[in-house]
Design a protein. Structure first.
Lengths: 332, 163
């Protein structure tokens, strides 16, 4: 018996959605443990044995039980809809990611464009929250976010397009299958272009996710918690979930574009596990930067983007195009 | 009715309602949010027409880019905290007449053109579009690029003049 395609798609989406939420919950635990180790602490330990395995579940339960406070002066509709408008794009980006050949919700032929387009919508929810709270810290945070996103969207898109040019396809599964063979991952290929593109991708990702050292929009010392300062309980949980889902989605995309996705030694069923390990590696690189550097100023953030990262990413993209054209369609 | 038909009417209703809300709402920030809804709904129409590439571009450029820049402009020009900023639509009647005229013209054009032939085979749209942009339309594309650079330089000039 085979189900109709619509039901199949719905079941696949349901499974991926729940897997993503579970992964996001445990990625927060991973980050807390990692950060704790970097600071010679132990991190979450007592909830669940051993090493705080139940901490994310406890956090989720706690946030669900908290009182939901709506500021009296808030723009009610905008304030209440903002967490949803923020979460939906962040989760939707997983729709096109293939976790193994044929294992995913939808392997579109414009896969990467869909990813970039949907993740650009995240900003709408962000400034809905910043504006709707009617709080000056939240509003300043939203302004800074707009500033930063205008600056870092272009380098992010251009560096993500380098593997597209090298693979000659926008379909994510074809980008992976173009990276087969020993040292076939794009990070090793094209005479160092791949490594540079991966580095630029990581910097642009950290900036686009508003993490340290680019986290001026939630700088605790001046803006308390940025655009989410007024949120509590489940709405706060939704915003956190969205943020971590976005980071995890970008890590998966990075692993897919530069590190060969599900390719790896061993039988084919190991593919999703390789992919997950690579994505966690990219996530830990981002986390490593987060816990090693200090926050930089607004003008420094903008200067890095417009004077360094944007020209670099354009040059990389053009160099990749030249490399492909020069080799006449052969592997570079 | 197929799923596509139901989807189309739903999206069309959302698109129409949000577009009207953009011009009729009093709160300028709400107008921007309705604009975002309208732009995303337009993208979904492209998706229903089986053109996922246009859907992606619509979301990336309009819903992601244009809305961000409009919000940026509002935040830079209006008073931020305190009283709500309002928009007042003048010439509502004149605007309605113009849009009705455009609607009649488009419908007339569509009726004259007749029903399109049903599409049976779908070539790779993306590759076709790419070849068209560097082939027959290469000069047009370059001219558009020059136009955008000119607009950018003009914006910088006017921003400088204020100092």
């Amino acid at each position: 018996m085979t189900l109709p395609p619509l039901a199949q798609a719905a079941i696949a989406a349901f499974i991926v959605l729940n897997a993503v939420i579970l992964m996001v919950a445990y990625v927060t635990l991973l980050e807390r443990k990692f950060a704790a180790r970097m600071q010679s602490r132990i991190g979450p330990y007592y909830v669940g044995w051993p090493h705080g395995w139940l901490q994310p579940i406890a956090d989720a339960l706690k946030l669900m039980l908290k009182e939901d406070v709506v500021p009296a002066a808030a723009d009610r509709w905008v304030y209440n809809l903002a967490p949803i408008a923020f979460l939906v794009p962040c989760v939707l980006i997983f729709a096109t990611i293939p976790f193994a050949p044929g294992l995913g919700v939808a392997d579109l032929n414009i896969g990467i464009l869909f990813f970039l387009a949907v993740s650009a919508l995240e900003i709408v929810g962000l400034f809905m929250g910043g504006w709707g709270s009617n709080n000056k810290y939240a509003l300043i945070s939203a302004m800074r976010a707009v500033n930063q996103i205008i600056s870092y969207d272009l380098p992010f898109i251009f560096t993500a397009l380098v593997p597209v040019v090298l693979a000659g396809s926008m379909q994510l599964s074809e980008i992976v299958s173009a990276q087969t063979g020993l040292f076939g991952w794009f990070v090793f290929r094209a005479w160092g272009l791949g490594v540079l593109a991966l580095l630029a991708y990581l910097v642009a990702t950290i900036a686009a996710e508003n993490r340290v050292p680019f986290d001026i929009l939630e700088a605790e010392s001046e803006l308390v918690a940025g655009f989410r300062v007024e949120y509590s309980g489940m709405k706060f949980a939704l915003i956190q979930l969205g943020e971590y889902a976005h980071i995890l989605g970008t890590s998966f995309l990075g692993a897919l574009l530069f590190l060969g996705g599900w390719l790896g030694p061993g039988p084919a069923w190991l593919g999703p596990i390789w992919f997950l390990l690579k994505a966690i590696f990219v996530f830990l690189l981002i986390t490593w930067v987060r816990w090693s550097f200090v926050r930089i100023r607004v003008d420094q953030i903008l200067a890095i983007s417009w004077k360094l990262l944007l020209p670099l990413s354009i040059v990389l993209l053009m160099a990749a195009a030249f490399a492909v054209a020069w080799s006449g369609g052969a592997r570079v | 009715m197929t799923v596509e038909t139901v989807g189309f009417w739903l999206v069309a209703a959302v698109l129409l309602a949000s577009s009207l809300a953009v011009v009729l709402t009093k709160n300028l920030f709400h107008a921007v949010l309705y604009l975002a809804v309208a732009l995303v709904a337009t993208g979904v129409v492209f998706l229903l027409l089986e053109s996922p590439f246009l859907f992606g571009v619509q979301l990336l450029l309009y819903a992601g880019g244009v809305v961000t820049i409009v919000v940026f402009a509002i935040m830079l020009t209006e008073r931020l905290v305190g009283e709500r900023i309002t928009q007042t639509s003048r010439h509502v009647v004149n605007g309605a007449i113009v849009s009705a005229a455009v609607f009649v013209a488009v419908v007339g054009f569509l009726l004259q053109a007749g029903a399109p032939a049903p599409v049976t085979e779908r070539p790779d749209q993306l590759a076709g579009l790419g070849r068209a942009l560097v082939g027959p339309y290469a000069v047009t594309l370059e001219l558009l690029g020059v136009l955008l650079v000119a607009a950018l330089l003009g914006a910088i000039y006017f921003a400088r003049a204020d100092d």
